[in-house]
Design a protein around this ligand. Structure first.
Ligand SMILES: Cc1ncc(COP(=O)(O)O)c(C=O)c1O
Length: 379
């Protein structure tokens, strides 16, 4: 059983396998006892392996224990959960916020709850898999618009009579690193009375001095904007949040199945997220350094003949003509001690190496990547 399916994947170079770290997450990791410079994490601010997060988790663990033992609506929540929700609401300048166990859970729990039967969801074609799955789980009609194409989106919205319209987009697209056209998305959403649902997974801690995509564009939070974000990427922890009006959060508390029917996050994890958020607010130098490193890496890559595109964020996509080519480049980098795996269909249509830069990379780490790419270009 399943052998045929696996063989099919193998035949098409699409079999996915994971590696296992023997070290903390960071710019340098060990895999099978060997050191690799790591361009493959979403730990944009280098917080995942930081002693500060670990200390916060240890302290919370001593007071609250580890497991939550129940869902929030039972006895699973702690005062730390509530504190983090208040901190997120203040950070995002919303009335309220709610924690969920992961970004994947958030999208699959919140989208069906805000877009019930009779509504219409308008979803960017390059949205993350968890958004796609959230749309599939909802009973709404789903209309997919061409990537960042406002004309196409508006054309679809005009024709749609649904009583509730929800526009859903990644703020930063996870596999290409480009930014959604928020000013235009806000304009059309306002015009058509739609809810705008932003997935800030890769924008939190990255754009708008870390505050996210609205701050990046100088836009205000509005009652019809729902912001979802994760603690699992730049904030180096685990879990997700949804932020918006008190009523919306009240509704999710009663209707979002992934919230209601799942055990709450462990208090030590929540404590680490609280600490990460406070580090983000107190140390603007971290985001600045992330941007400098992104710029340095993108400029360096351009000299190798591998153009990372606009490089608006630390997600740099080096597109390849085929899966084979993406695998060959990744294997070459691996031999040179650089970990940057190939991203293949069905995750993306166009195979690529996804290089993610962090604030923790040194100039030397970046130079090692660039030198390896230069060598590969000359083969
Ligand atoms: C845009 C986007 N949304 C949601 C998620 C899921 O977040 P998490 O890893 O916390 O489940 C990811 C992570 O891959 C993502 O890139």
């Amino acid at each position: 059983m399943f052998e045929k399916e696996l063989n099919e994947l193998r035949k098409n170079d699409l079999l996915r396998q994971f590696v296992s770290r023997g070290s903390p997450q960071g710019p340098v990791i060990t895999i099978s006892g060997k050191r690799y410079i790591n361009f493959s994490s979403n730990d944009y601010l280098g917080l995942a392996g930081s002693p500060e997060l670990l200390r916060a988790a240890e302290t919370a663990g001593r007071r609250f224990g580890f497991g939550a033992g129940a869902a929030r609506l039972l006895a699973g929540g702690s005062i730390l959960h509530e504190r983090l929700e208040k901190a997120v609401a203040a950070f995002k300048m919303t009335e309220a916020a709610l924690l969920l166990n992961s970004g994947y859970t958030a999208n699959t729990a919140v989208i069906p709850a805000i877009a019930p039967e009779g509504s219409a969801i308008f979803s960017d074609e390059l949205n993350h898999a968890s958004i796609i799955d959230g749309c599939r789980l909802s009973r709404a009609k789903v209309l997919v618009y061409r990537h960042k194409n406002i004309g196409h989106l508006e054309g679809l919205m005009k024709k749609e009579p649904a009583w509730r319209k929800v526009v859903v987009t990644d703020s930063v697209f996870s596999m290409d690193g480009d930014i959604a056209p928020l000013p235009d998305l806000c304009t059309v959403s306002r015009k058509h009375g739609a809810v705008l649902y932003l997935d800030e997974a890769h924008a939190t801690g990255v754009l708008g001095k870390g505050k996210g995509s609205l701050a990046h564009f100088g836009l205000d939070q509005e009652p019809w904007i729902i912001q979802m974000g994760t603690f699992s990427k730049a904030l180096g922890s685990l879990g997700a949040f949804v932020a918006g009006t008190r009523d919306m959060i009240g509704w999710l508390t009663n209707a979002a199945r992934g919230f209601i029917f799942s055990t709450a996050l462990p208090a030590p994890v929540v404590a680490a997220s609280i600490r990460a958020l406070s580090i983000l607010e107190k140390r603007p130098g971290l985001v600045k350094r992330l941007l400098e490193n992104t710029h340095r890496t993108a400029e360096g890559l351009k000299t190798t003949g591998y153009d990372p595109g606009d490089a608006e964020t630390p997600v740099l996509a080096i597109k390849q003509r085929s899966v084979r080519e993406a695998l060959a480049l990744s294997a070459f980098l691996w031999k040179k001690g650089v970990y940057a795996p190939a991203i293949r269909p069905p995750t993306v249509k166009e195979p690529r190496i996804r290089v993610t830069v962090t604030a923790a990379h040194t100039a030397e780490h970046i130079q090692t990547l660039i030198r390896a790419m230069q060598k590969y270009g000359k083969l």
